[in-house]
Design a protein around this ligand. Structure first.
Ligand code: S3P
Length: 434
């Protein structure tokens, strides 16, 4: 079935909302819960298609998992060495995180495995994990252009390495740490800039010896991981759509509850504040090793800015909606140092610039970013390019547009944000699914 969004112009955001659980932490709960000794109870899990793909993969490898039901999941861990060979290939759908992290984990198992994905995932680069894992002793093959299917031969001995990563990628870092759980001695990974550290936090919580000094993480292969209850906070990447929506819609005041504010993820807040947004973090607290807060956002007069490159990694998934904020700001917004946007679920530089132009905004692609001139958003018909975050970003544009906006093919919103349309309507967006 084809799902399109039709958004009528105007509206304002008000009230209190809770967005679904964090995608990155949800994936890791399933993966590490499966590798633990004991039972892991998860609450607040994201029941999006991507996380369901990870759950399905572990069931295929013999892990007993109850749920998910209302964000509650119970994982009966098989221990670090208790996974069994899947019968067929593991289909990871649209999920790059599942594919990269599982490539790391499976490269250290005793059995062979094959990972496949949908059309979009089948175009995404895998050599970034295959190369360093091969250097650790893994045997992995991908298609000639380095994309899925990924075939992993079991029985390799993983040997320790000190890696210096060239690209800022939490998925690559996590894949290496997952393989490192099985290494013959401690491994170290040095990042070019700090990326989301949920893997490190969760492993430490489960009793693994893992130290971070500046940009280097050193992991000592553990003999076991101890199951712990996990409370997944709401996803700041999903909250971001509503932060921008409340900033650009007149007379808005919105409270987004219980959002993860891990400092490796808060670039979107810092960038919006630099643009002049009214955002306050209320009631900051800790929840199973991760900082959370309620986020209050009121309408603001946004200014265009040069986005500091130092904030790019911590806002990497939020650029589609940040470019909607830029379109509503006074003056020019420039993004550079963000080449990674070209290899996400779509080429997000091309997807956003093309759509913004359709809506009458002056936007230009740079090789590693884009330039957006703030102006009046018109109406029109834009493409999502099958990318969940492009669909949701253009939906928010309706709050400041002069005429209706139609967004084509929004099916993939379900990968990260099930119930987005109802929640957006509840907050005040004039959105209709057609
Ligand atoms: C993720 C890391 C990021 C991010 C993705 C989730 C993770 O990808 O874009 O949505 O959970 O580790 P990269 O590692 O490719 O930057």
């Amino acid at each position: 079935m084809i799902i399109n969004y039709l958004v009528q112009p105007g509206g304002r955001f008000s009230g209190e909302i809770t967005v679904p659980g964090d995608k990155s932490i949800s994936h890791r709960s399933v993966i590490f819960g499966a590798l633990c000794d004991g039972v892991t109870e998860v609450s607040g899990l994201l029941q999006g298609m991507d996380v369901l793909a990870t759950i399905h993969a572990f069931r295929e490898m013999g892990v007993f998992i109850d749920g998910p039901d209302g964000g509650h999941l119970v994982i009966h861990g098989n221990g670090l060495r208790g996974l069994s060979a899947p019968h067929g290939s593991l289909d990871l759908g649209n999920s790059g995180t599942s594919m990269r992290l599982l490539t790391g984990l499976l490269s250290a198992q005793q059995f062979d495995s094959t990972l496949v994905g949908d059309e979009s995932l089948s175009k995404r680069p895998m050599m970034r994990v295959i190369k360093p894992l091969s250097a650790m002793g893994a045997t992995i093959n991908a298609s000639a252009n380095g994309t899925p299917p990924v075939q992993i031969s079991g029985g390799s001995q993983i040997s320790s390495q000190a890696f210096k990563l060239e690209i800022a990628s939490a998925q690559v870092k996590s894949a290496l740490l997952l393989a490192g759980l099985y290494a013959d001695s401690p491994i170290s990974v040095t990042e070019p800039v700090k990326t989301r550290d949920h893997t490190e936090r969760m492993l430490a919580d489960m009793g693994c010896e893992i130290e971070t000094a500046d940009l280097t993480i050193r992991l000592h292969p553990p003999s076991m991981l101890q199951a712990k209850a996990i409370n997944v906070p709401a996803d700041i990447s999903s909250a971001a759509f509503f932060m921008v929506g409340a900033s650009i819609a007149r007379d808005s005041k919105l409270l987004i509850k219980n959002v993860g504010i891990n400092p490796t993820r808060t670039g979107v807040i810092e960038i919006l504040q630099l643009m002049g947004a009214n955002i306050n973090l209320l009631n900051p607290r800790q929840s199973t090793g991760e900082p959370v807060a309620d986020i209050e956002v009121c309408s603001g007069d946004l200014q265009g800015i040069q986005i500091p490159e130092s904030l790019v990694a911590s806002a990497i998934d939020e650029f589609p909606v940040l470019m909607i904020a830029a379109a509503c700001a006074k003056g020019q917004t420039v993004v550079t140092g963000a080449r990674e946007l070209r290899v996400k679920e779509s080429d997000r530089i091309a997807s956003m610039v093309t759509g913004l132009k359709v809506l009458g905004i002056d936007a230009k692609e740079l090789e590693d970013g884009m330039i957006v001139e703030g102006g009046q958003i018109q109406g029109g018909e834009v493409e999502s390019y099958d990318d969940h975050r492009i669909s949701m970003a253009f939906a928010m544009a309706g709050l400041a547009s002069q005429a209706p906006i139609k967004i084509n093919d929004c099916r993939n919103v379900a990968t990260s944000f099930p119930g987005f349309d109802q929640l957006a309507v509840q907050a005040g967006l004039n959105l209709e699914v057609v």
